[in-house]
Design a protein around this ligand. Structure first.
Ligand code: RTP
Ligand code: MG
Length: 137
C-alpha cells in the first residue's frame, strides 16, 4: 500500500552535517520517493501542534527548546509501507537501545537528540503533513 509520511531531520542532524547521510539512506530504499523537502526553523506554535500529544510530560519543554534550537529539514516521503519503513530505518526512540545499522543506533547520542522524526501511523502522517506541507496534504 503506497503511503506518505512526514520526516524531520532534527537540529542535531543538521548541525552535525548528517543531512546527506540520512537522506541517502531513505533514497537507497527502492521504490520510495521524496516528494517535498524544505530547510526551515520551527516556531513554538508549529511545535505545539506537532508534539501536542507530549504536552505536560517532563521532556516536553526541553524537547521544544531543542527542536527550535536550529533549522530542521522537513521531507515528505512516499512509497510502499513507508510509514513503518522509515520508523524502522530510524530505530527506537532511545539511541542507546537502537541497533547499529539504524539511524539512531549509528549516530544518536541522548534520547532527546535522536536525529530524526517519522510519523508513527497513517493518522499521525495525515495530521503532521497538514502542519508542515499544507499544500500537498
Ligand atoms: P518522534 O515523535 O520525534 O518521531 O520520536 P518517537 O516517536 O520515537 O518518540 P516520542 O515518544 O514520540 O517522543 C518524541 C521525542 O521526544 C524526545 N524525547 N525525550 N525522556 C526523554 O527525555 C524523551 N523522551 C522522548 C525525543 O526527541 C523523541 O524523539
Ligand atoms: Mg513520536
Amino acid at each position: 500500500m503506497s503511503q506518505r509520511t512526514l520526516v524531520l531531520l532534527k537540529p542535531d542532524a543538521v548541525r552535525r552535517g548528517l543531512i546527506g547521510e540520512i537522506i541517502g539512506r531513505i533514497e537507497r530504499k527502492a521504490g520510495w520517493t521524496i516528494s517535498a523537502l524544505e530547510l526551515r526553523s520551527l516556531d513554538q506554535d508549529t511545535l505545539e501542534q506537532h508534539y501536542g500529544e507530549h504536552k505536560g510530560k517532563p521532556f516536553y519543554e526541553p524537547l521544544v527548546a531543542f527542536m527550535s534550537s536550529g533549522p530542521v529539514v522537513a521531507l515528505v516521503v512516499e512509497g510502499e509501507r513507508v510509514i513503518e519503513g522509515v520508523r524502522a530505518l530510524a530505530g527506537p526512540t532511545d539511541p542507546i537501545a537502537a541497533a547499529p545499522g539504524s539511524i539512531r543506533g549509528d549516530f544518536g547520542t541522548i534520547v532527546r537528540e535522536n536525529l530524526i522524526h517519522a510519523s508513527d501511523s497513517e493518522e499521525s502522517a495525515e495530521r503532521e503533513l497538514k502542519i508542515f506541507f499544507p499544500g500537498v496534504a
